[in-house]
Design a protein around this ligand. Structure first.
Ligand SMILES: Cc1cc2nc3c(=O)[nH]c(=O)nc-3n(C[C@H](O)[C@H](O)[C@H](O)COP(=O)(O)O)c2cc1C
Length: 140
């Protein structure tokens, strides 16, 4: 069983998982989660210095310090020649209060990070550059 298959096996047995979005403040911890494996570092999570609370809705932990958490019910496991994947149903999304502007997420203050596999860099997802469903009308 490969490392990825072990992780999926855990999700299938517990029938749930939580997807987090990391922010620029936690780039070290996010990268650590990607380069260390719980399969050979039993205290992987403790070493990150982050903390968790148990989800009320699914059998999985929520990381307190990360700004977005999506609690998901396990739906389906896919495994074919293109790779493996897990389909889940998001049952609850939590956003850090400090990053809300009224009832909307403040994308700029949140500073979510994205990974560029070509340059091996992490980049902030911020800086509104346009208006959806509107800017394209200029070309009609
Ligand atoms: C930036 C980055 C991106 C990664 N992307 C993937 C990915 O898309 N799929 C995957 O299976 N592993 C990916 N990995 C590798 C896993 O994170 C790695 O195998 C990790 O040790 C798994 O941890 P675990 O064994 O505790 O679940 C990535 C690692 C890094 C640092």
């Amino acid at each position: 069983m490969t490392e990825s298959h072990k992780t999926v096996q855990n999700i299938k047995e517990r029938k749930g998982f939580v997807v987090h979005i990391a922010d620029a403040k936690h780039v070290v911890e996010a990268d650590f989660f990607g380069i260390a494996s719980g399969n050979n570092m039993k205290d992987k999570f403790e070493k990150s210095g982050l903390t968790t609370v148990k989800s009320d809705l699914v059998d999985a932990p929520i990381i307190n310090e990360l700004p977005i958490a999506m609690e998901c019910e396990f739906i389906e496991y896919q495994n074919d020649e293109t790779g493996i994947g897990v389909i889940g149903k998001v049952v609850k999304t939590s956003i850090e209060e400090a990053n809300m502007s009224g009832d909307k997420v403040n994308i700029d203050s949140l500073e979510a990070i994205a990974f560029d596999p070509y340059t091996h860099g992490y980049y902030k997802v911020s800086g509104r550059v346009g208006e959806a469903f509107s800017d394209g009308k200029k070309l009609f």
